[in-house]
Design a protein around this ligand. Sequence first.
Ligand SMILES: [Zn+2]
Length: 302
Amino acid sequence: MNAHLVESTRVLPNELEFVVFSAAPEINPSKQSGHKLMPMTINGIGTTYFGRKNIREYVGMCEQCQSHGKLTDYETGHFFSIIFIPVIPLGRRQIVAECAACKRHRAMPLKQWQTLREETLNAGLADLGENMENAEKALKLIYDMTVFNQLAEANELAVVCAKQYENDFDVMIQLGSWYEQMGKEVETEKCFSRAIEIDPKHPHSQRIQAIQAIDSQKPQLAAQFLDSMRPGSSAYDPSLFLLFANALQEADLHEQALQEYQQLIKQAPELGADKVFRKRVKLSEKIQGTPVTMLPKAGLFG
Ligand SMILES: [Zn+2]
């Protein structure tokens, strides 16, 4: 299930610098202090990352290219290299949220990262110790522990939280989202089900149930939950309705699918240029025998 209620990159420490692509090779090691470029070599000369330790892979939104996919954190050595061979060590670095699609990421010297980790987690623990009944403090510490790859501790705290705040809707949603990012399906399901029990009419609950119904190929059931999320509502999300429309199509409910596709083109006109979307619409139009397509001319978009 992909409820996507809370984004994983929301808690990245401010101290992390952006690393961006540049066409210029970074061949002057003295410039390392102001390191802003992605390591790269030209004809084998430049800088490179070498080796990976303490790898953490997770799903999230890349803050650079906005694609939703695999992100990776890891420790690495930064080297000045000649003929692709790392020769001069420039110090170890912590890489954060390296995007599988565009390779961009954040980075900082490993020592600095370790200091930041110690400070953040100690402060979080002390803060929670003084506010044992404060769910926000506990959730923040879980996210901080996750960012700093202390996953065993984060898990322990999550288990305690799930019990302590089992009647708190917001905590169940936040914990469920966290478990979802960690790829723990059983726990995700538990937290979300509990949230739905507490407040079934809440937009988050409706969204979760809609996605569950779509996932189990019951688009008619999903339709009931989506009613409160139609265009005009603040909970409207075209990507959710695209999932729904595709589910209708796969259940051979082409007339309904076409109604949803039509609405999507109105709400998100850029979809009209998307190849996969166009193929879907054409298929249902063909089966329905629609004389005139709803799709804009392809030529308009090149
Ligand atoms: Zn990216």
